[in-house]
Design a protein around this ligand. Structure first.
Ligand SMILES: Nc1nc2c(ncn2[C@@H]2O[C@H](COP(=O)(O)OP(=O)(O)OP(=O)(O)O)[C@@H](O)[C@H]2O)c(=O)[nH]1
Length: 320
């Protein structure tokens, strides 16, 4: 990163610099003449020290990562001849955290911050160009932020869904059931749940293999998902334990929903592949409704107790 010349003695002209477009009056040209032109070899970092400076690429190209501490390289920009980097750090007098690396041998014009301010005072054209550039940068940063938010939301959704069945998972239940219970208490609306435990599933796995077991689980999950209203939720909260969460649903209606699920499960097909039809699986169902003054733990315990009764009574049935 050696100084090889001054701008005035170099082969470059002020009109080629984007920031100085329509702002190349003789005063500006004279002020820029003593500024350093440096050479940076391909692959080398532009070492800015602790002082922000304005750099304008005269030849070659730079890659700029927004923050030298950032680990991901999404959001890096390529700065081409005539374009500048570092103007924001100069304006707010901050240390330039951007990591600048030469993509090929480069020549850069270096403008010290004091001179940038003097030039802004002197040239309306430069001030206008700077404002335009900053406005463009703000828009680009906002767009990137939006993209990241969307990506974050995508991964959040992913973390709340079960990979095998696509149903909501235990993390979802832990986050959402307390909220649904609180809303039900506040609104005075009934909240019911139906716990489903597949019957003799260990035997099914042992007889037909784990892959067939996975297919049976997916089939059962599909039955639940496809049988509910859009406002209900289907959850896989354990290995072979599924649940329907039914807001605004009193106990009697929840029991009917459970009966419908039991019936559909009895007849649902399980196909791990097209050559091997498998026996149907059945489930035991425990239904409960949030009682006045109770919380989600009491609701889960009530449904669990009902499920236990369904198992004890011979499985493949609904208990309240
Ligand atoms: N294939 C498959 N099996 C699972 C999965 N998660 C849990 N299981 C199996 O589910 C079985 C549950 O067995 P148990 O809890 O003993 O109950 P069960 O055999 O269904 O008997 P009952 O509940 O009393 O009717 C175990 O063998 C688990 O390995 C899964 O993701 N895929």
């Amino acid at each position: 990163m050696d100084q090889i010349s001054t701008f005035g003695a170099s082969r470059y002209a002020v009109r080629d610099l984007q920031l100085f477009r329509d702002a190349d009056d003789p005063g500006v040209v004279a002020a820029l003449a003593p500024c350093a032109v440096i050479k940076v070899a391909a692959g080398a970092r532009v070492e800015d020290g602790l002082r922000a400076r304005l750099y304008i690429v005269l030849s070659g190209s730079l890659e700029v990562a927004p923050d030298a501490h950032s680990v991901d390289d999404s959001g890096t920009t390529r700065v081409l001849p005539g374009e500048s980097v570092g103007e924001q750090a100069v304006l707010d007098d901050a240390v330039n955290l951007a990591a600048m690396t030469a993509l090929e041998d480069c020549e850069l014009l270096v403008i010290e911050p004091e001179l940038v301010w003097q030039l802004i005072d002197r040239s309306n054209g430069l001030a206008r160009n700077l404002l335009r550039l900053l406005s463009f940068r703000v828009r680009a940063a906002n767009a990137q932020l939006k993209r990241r938010q969307k990506l974050g939301e995508f991964y959040r959704q992913l973390s709340l869904n079960d990979g095998l069945t696509g149903l909501y998972n235990r993390a979802w239940l832990n986050e959402m059931l307390p909220k649904l219970a609180m809303r039900a208490r506040q609104d005075g609306s009934p909240l019911s749940i139906v716990m489903v435990d597949l019957d003799h599933f260990k035997r099914f796995n042992d007889t037909h293999g784990h892959i067939a077991g996975d297919a049976a689980l997916s089939s059962a999950a599909g039955v639940i998902r496809d049988s509910l209203r859009p406002s209900d939720f289907a959850v896989r909260y354990g290995g072979e334990e599924l649940m329907a969460v039914l807001p605004d649903t009193p106990l009697g209606l929840a029991e009917m929903v459970a009966e419908r699920l039991a019936e559909r499960l009895r007849t649902a097909m399980v196909f791990p592949d097209m050559r091997l039809p498998l026996p149907h699986v059945t489930g035991s169902f425990g239904v409960a409704t949030l009682a006045a003054g109770d919380d989600e733990h009491a609701l889960m315990a009530a449904a669990d107790a009902a499920l236990y009764r369904a198992k004890q009574a011979g499985r493949d049935r609904v208990s309240v």
